[in-house]
Design a protein around this ligand. Sequence first.
Ligand code: MOS
Length: 731
Amino acid sequence: MTEAGARRIDGLPKLRGETVFTQDLKPGRLLHVRLVLSSYPSAKVTSVDGTEAMEVPGVVAVLTGADLAPVEAAGPDQPLADGRVFYIGQPIAAVAAETEAAAADGATRVVVEYEELPAVADPFEAMKEQAPLVLPERAEGFDDVSIHGGGDTENETEARPRNVSAVAHQESGDIAAGLAEAEVVIEGHFVMPGAHQGFIEPHVAIAAPEPGGGVALWCPTQGHRFVRDEVAKLLKLPVSKVRVISMPVGGGFGGKVVLLEPLAALVAVKLRRPIQIALTRSEEFLVGRPAPASYTDIKLGAKRDGAITALEIRMIYDNGAASGWHGNISGVLFNAAYLVPNFSYTGYEVSTNKTPVDAYRAPGGTQAFFVLESVLDELAAKLEMDPIELRLRNARREGEQLPSGEHAAIGLVQVLEAARSHPLYSAARASGEGLGIAVGAWGGAFGAAAAGCRVEPDGSLTVQVGTVDISGSSTGLAMIAAEIFGVPLDKVQVELGDTASAPQGPVAGGSITTGTVGFAVSAAAADARRQVLEIAAEQLEAAPEDLEISDGSVRVKGVPDRRISVGELAMGGKAGAPVLGRGRTRIERQSPAFTVHLCRVAVDRETGSYRLTGYAAIQDTGRTINPPEVEGQIHGGVLQGLARAMGEQLAYDGGGQLRTGSFLDYELPTADQVPAIDVQIVEVRASTGIGTRGVGEPPAVPGPAALVNAIASATGVRIRELPIAPDRLVG
Ligand code: MOS
């Protein structure tokens, strides 16, 4: 599918290898830091001996938690462990050296002594009364749930099971009555393993002391302001003393908000030298913050005509050594797509002695819709109903109250209807070929953003934003400014300032950038345009409403030679003040996005291998700014979602040791595993902001269910545990 749109502004430099990533920076006097990681899932660290490491030529320091500024609570999120470790891979010491090789060599010579403590790696074991306690009473992590639109997790007042940091409970109607009323009940236990974001660029951060007692950081973060605030808090510095320069992000997907930066800042300040911490791939698997595994029990009740009467869910998130926050988002999403008169959701946040988890593309959404769309598929089969018909029968429609209490224009019915008429849905199937469908949902943009718009003497516009581009979003922002102001796209540059100069903007996450920052950019460009027209009106002795902007000039309509170039007005023209447009916006209500995926699969029952034979993603993207870019986001999202079913998994042994900690064992899918994806964009304009909807996360939601539903259709085998084990398909 080709549609009109713009090429990514950042695309060509990336293709040509011109883009400068964090690791390409080589500040003078740079020290390299290698971390010493915990070998035990739970232990006291009784001694750290750096004597031998210091003998390696080039090693300048071996630092432990005790050498750095004291942090308040001893927990797994300390920059370096201070006497206690909570998971295998937790950083214990930092070896700084003149070269990467010396740092690596030194790190192997640091001798750590432990006193092993009881550990628990399995979430069900962790919930038992006699289980060891994973987290100390008050461990404060970098909780970024707010970025992804989850509300507060309701902490039940009754006693929680052991190692459960929070219980999200959502209920409406009468679940017992709803199940009693049901004529058909589908139930099951579903497992989705944890997954790493799998970005190309592992975590890296450079920090340098600044004159006057501050610190500067260069890092590929999704939120430089967020990093600044965390580092300032930890170093007890005013925010003005911490400057974060965000570098191009070599893949974020929720996993690159803040991780190494506080440690990098502490070490740089301590050693008074610029330092770099760069994780290797195997360190990345242990130290990065992956997605949690989920275990879900579900009961779906319905009438014989397909009307849902009840949905009861009990979900467990295995958060590793973190308190976790996915449960609440999943609860909201379980109840977002369909009208469920009687709903009961309980989500447990369970801690275990494994790497702490965090956000990964549609956190809580992929896990929830795998389960929901699987049981709906079973229901359709049981009722011998068309699976799209069943969903349409229960779909929330535009104007209907969402569980969050909001009325919004939503496009679920539209995407379902588009899916029903898609050729992949109706075309004849080869023998042994199955067809699966699944819906996905994700919340919409919300929150505040600011933007600036400056006119330059050459007539171009500089748009200033405070949100990092992790997805090509800056190209869309430039398109918005160009259209509103009235200049060609190549006359717009988008500037992301560092934390000292950028306008306020949200963390790039939650699929909100175009919605929130785009709204502010549109306001800033409109403001700049209004200023330009006012100044020109004065100078051309015309009313502003008689003016137009075209070909780089402000003209009096119908009088072609009464004109003045936009660039001449940058500084205010002959008598005005400089042009500086401002946009300050806020979106209160989310406009959720819905998508339907169609998946065809051919299964070889002799070997259990399967091959995708067709795939379509139909998505309501609201007002669509740059269709090719949207299509690209959907391609990537589809593959990252499907990967959760096709082989990716963080598999741990009973002792909390990761067994899939390299790309040899961790099965990232490859392009040849997926057929050409047919993307169909459906535009149901959102009722908020400039009418856009979040695009990046919805496509990562339905894939696993679409694939297992296709496999069920081909074989009759219902896969409830991911990734799909081929031996289950032999028959
Ligand atoms: Mo987040 S998973 O960066 O939207």
